[in-house]
Design a protein around this ligand. Structure first.
Ligand SMILES: [Mg+2]
Length: 261
């Protein structure tokens, strides 16, 4: 298991961000990174200090953003705006400057298909599986019933074949999304464009796309910092690719706090 970073190592990786915050972006995932994972996804809440922390980061850094699989409206409800850019459904929607949720036009045309699959899921999903409709995507959770994995996978694959939606695996969940080429990586690449330093913190397989984006930004000369947030379920690949590993949302928040002291 990868050890926690030493204090010197932490200071070294944060130095480019602390030195020139006006040339740096701080981007983070939500669930498992700013908010503890809970059995009922609707009950997830950020750690209490997070909304104020994000506002303080936004006052200092060129760009501060949260990029999540959650609907943008959920992020807005629980984080507020305050200069932080909020991107929901893996970049398929975002909150604009006036606090309105704006959907990607290609993705928006799939909303009726998603709604139809969500309704079918509500009526016919396998036992132990919870369907979470999210507007432009839907998630099947089997956190409360791990043995339902195979049945949940078979169900989403059948729905994907029927509708053209695309299956993405998550932590004890499967997601069906429109076939639109956006993910956390495309968002991070856009947010980091033209800046000297970009960091992203995440805890799940969906965050690997953001690490890929940091690799691309690094090849173009940016300082890239990949933060892996460890939990019992964190994928090995994410932790292996991380420049620094922190322990749970508490560790992620403690690292972010160091950027504003
Ligand atoms: Mg997460």
């Amino acid at each position: 298991m990868r050890p926690m970073a030493s204090p010197d190592r932490v200071a070294a990786v944060l130095e480019p961000f602390v030195r020139r915050p006006e040339r740096a972006a701080v981007v983070t995932d939500f669930d498992g990174t700013l908010a503890p994972i809970v059995t009922d996804p609707a009950a997830a809440r950020p750690l209490a200090v997070v909304p104020d922390l994000l506002r303080r980061l936004a006052a200092r850094f060129a760009r501060v953003a949260v990029v999540s699989g959650r609907p943008a409206a959920f992020l807005l409800d629980h984080l507020g705006a305050g200069g932080v850019s909020l991107h929901g459904i893996y970049g398929l929607e975002a909150v604009d400057r006036d606090g309105r949720v704006v959907a990607n036009a290609d993705a928006a045309s799939w909303a009726p298909v998603v709604a139809d699959v969500a309704e079918r899921g509500r009526l016919r999903a396998p036992a132990g599986v919870t369907v979470e409709p999210k507007g432009l995507s839907l998630t099947l959770h089997f956190r409360g019933s791990p043995s339902a994995d195979d049945e949940a996978r078979a169900w989403v694959e059948a729905e994907a074949a029927r509708t053209g939606l695309v299956v993405h695996a998550g932590r004890r969940s499967y997601e069906l999304r429109p076939p639109v080429p956006l993910d956390k990586g495309t968002v991070v690449e856009e947010l980091g464009a033209g800046l000297d330093a970009v960091c992203f913190a995440g805890d799940d397989v969906g965050d690997l796309a953001a690490f890929d984006a940091l690799d691309r930004l690094a090849r173009r000369g940016a300082c890239a910092l990949r933060v892996g947030v460890r939990s019992a379920e964190a994928p090995d690949e994410l932790l292996e690719r991380a420049d620094i590993v922190v322990e749970g949302p508490e560790g992620a928040v403690a690292l972010l706090e160091r950027l504003v002291v």
